[in-house]
Design a protein around this ligand. Structure first.
Ligand code: NAD
Length: 390
C-alpha cells in the first residue's frame, strides 16, 4: 500500500433506477475502508460521469464520448446499473461500454457471506472467481433469421462448397472463438490466480462436442500456460505427485456440463474458472444463485489498462428512490476495485464488515423477505452499519 498522503481519483456513474441510492451507500463504505486502512492518507476524489437516463435528459446522449474518454484516461470506474434504452440506436449501454473500451474479461467473484440465505446446504464451500470471455462466441451477433436472403446464400454455400445440408426451416448462427481472444482471457485468469495465491485455474469448455471452438479454447489455454507460465503451473494429469508445488497453480479443464455438477457437489475443489462467453454467462448466474443471488453479486469488466466495476443486477426500477435496495453488490464491486488498484486490505475490511453486519441481523428488505423476517433496515442505514464495523 502506498505510504504517502494522496488523492485517489475514482470516476463513477451513479446509474439509473436504484443506482443513485446504492451509489451513495457504496461510496460511504468505500471511503471508510480506505480511510481506515491507510490512516486517512489516501482520500478519494469522486468524479461524476454521465451515462444512462440522467445523461440522456441533460445531454441528449445515452453514453457520451466524454464519459468513455475519462474512463480510459483514468483506467478505472465504478458504475451503478444502467437502463437499457427502448428503441433508439443503442442495444445496451453496458454492451456498448464493454465494446468501446475492449473490456474483454468479465470477472465475477462468487463467495458466501454468513447469514445470507442460500438454496444449498453448505454455501460457504463456494469461493470462486469466474473469468468469462466478453467479446466473441455466440454473442458476436452473427445470426440470421429463418427464410432470410442471407440464410439462403449461406445454405447454398454450405451445400455447394462444404457438402453440408441445413434444413430450410432453420435459423443459423456462427460461433467464432479465436486464439487471440481466448489466450488474453485465460492469461488474465492465470495472472489473477497467481497474484491472489489461488490454488487452481479451470478451463470450462464443451470441447468434446465443439472441437474447433470450445476444444480449441481449452488447447490454447494449455498452450498459453506452457509458453508463458510453465515455471508456476502444475498441469493436472501430467505433474501429479510433483513435490515442488509451493507458489504454483494447478491448471485443469472440465467439460461444461460436468462443471455444473461440480459447483453443486464439490465447489470447494475449484478456485478460478476461465470460460468462453456463453459457458461463463450460465456459470456465473448458477454460482451466484448458490450463494444468495443478485443482491450479493459483484462484477468487473476488465481490459488492458482499464476496468469498470459494477453489480451484476439491474436498475430494479420499482425500488428506485425508496431507500430500500440492497447495496451489497455495488459495495462488493467497490471492494474488487480497491483490490484491483492495490488496496487489498481495504477490500478485505469491506468484506469482513459486510459479513459482520449481516450476522448481526442488519439486512435489507430483499434478504429479510427471503429469510421470512419482518426486521430490515434501509439502504443508508445498512451502509452505516457496515461503516461502523470497518
Ligand atoms: P433487475 O436486476 O433490475 O431486477 C431483477 C429482480 O431483482 C427484481 O425483482 C428487482 O427488484 C430485484 N433486485 C435487483 N437488484 C436489487 C437490489 N440491489 N436490491 C433489491 N432488489 C433487487 O433486472 P431486470 O428487471 O431484468 O432489469 C431492469 C433494468 O435494468 C433493465 O432496463 C435492464 O436492461 C437493466 N439492467 C442493467 C444491468 C447493468 O447495468 N449492468 C444489468 C441487468 C439489467
Amino acid at each position: 500500500m502506498p505510504s504517502e498522503d494522496r488523492e485517489l481519483l475514482v470516476p463513477f456513474i451513479p446509474g439509473d433506477g436504484i443506482g443513485p441510492d446504492i451509489t451513495i451507500a457504496a461510496q460511504t463504505v468505500i471511503e471508510a475502508a480506505l480511510n481506515k486502512t491507510t490512516d486517512n492518507r489516501v482520500r478519494i476524489k469522486w468524479e461524476h460521469l454521465m451515462a444512462g437516463q440522467e445523461s440522456f435528459d441533460i445531454t441528449g446522449e445515452w453514453l457520451p464520448r466524454a464519459t468513455i474518454d475519462r474512463i480510459e484516461a483514468v483506467g478505472i470506474a465504478i458504475k451503478g446499473p444502467l437502463t437499457t434504452p427502448v428503441g433508439g440506436g443503442i442495444r445496451s449501454l453496458n454492451v456498448a461500454l464493454r465494446q468501446v473500451l475492449d473490456l474483454y474479461s468479465s470477472v465475477r467473484p462468487v463467495r458466501h457471506f454468513r447469514g445470507v440465505p442460500s438454496p444449498v446446504k453448505n454455501p460457504e464451500k463456494m469461493n470462486i472467481v469466474i473469468f468469462r470471455e466478453n467479446t466473441e462466441d455466440v454473442y458476436k451477433g452473427l445470426e440470421w433469421k429463418r427464410g432470410s436472403e442471407e440464410i439462403g446464400r449461406l445454405r447454398q454455400f454450405l451445400r455447394s462448397d462444404l457438402g453440408v445440408d441445413i434444413s430450410e426451416d432453420s435459423g443459423l448462427g456462427l460461433k467464432p472463438i479465436s486464439e487471440f481472444a481466448s489466450k488474453r482471457l485465460i492469461r488474465a485468469a492465470m495472472v489473477y490466480g497467481i497474484r491472489h495465491h489461488r490454488k487452481s485455474v479451470t478451463l470450462v469448455h464443451k470441447g468434446n462436442i465443439m472441437k474447433y471452438t470450445e476444444g480449441a479454447f481449452r488447447d490454447w489455454g494449455y498452450e498459453l500456460a506452457r509458453d508463458e507460465f510453465s515455471d508456476v503451473t502444475i498441469f493436472e494429469g501430467k505433474d501429479e505427485g510433483a513435490t515442488d508445488i509451493d507458489g504454483k497453480i494447478l491448471l485443469n479443464d472440465r467439460i461444461a456440463d460436468n462443471m455444473f455438477q461440480q459447483i453443486l457437489t464439490r465447489p470447494d475443489e475449484y478456485s478460478v474458472l476461465a470460460a468462453p462467453n456463453l459457458n461463463g454467462d450460465y456459470l456465473a448466474d448458477a454460482c451466484a444463485a448458490q450463494v444468495g443471488g443478485l443482491g450479493f453479486a459483484p462484477g468487473a469488466n476488465i481490459g488492458d489498462g482499464v476496468a469498470v466495476f459494477e453489480p451484476v443486477h439491474g436498475t430494479a426500477p420499482k425500488y428506485a428512490g425508496k431507500d430500500i435496495a440492497n447495496p451489497s453488490a455495488l459495495i462488493l464491486s467497490g471492494a474488487m476495485m480497491l483490490d484491483h488498484i492495490g488496496f487489498a486490505e481495504a477490500a478485505r475490511s469491506i468484506e469482513k464488515a459486510l459479513e459482520m453486519t449481516i450476522s448481526d441481523g442488519f439486512v435489507t428488505w430483499d434478504v429479510a423477505r427471503q429469510i421470512g423476517s419482518s426486521s430490515y433496515v434501509g439502504t443508508r442505514k445498512y451502509a452505516a452499519e457496515i461503516v461502523a464495523r470497518i
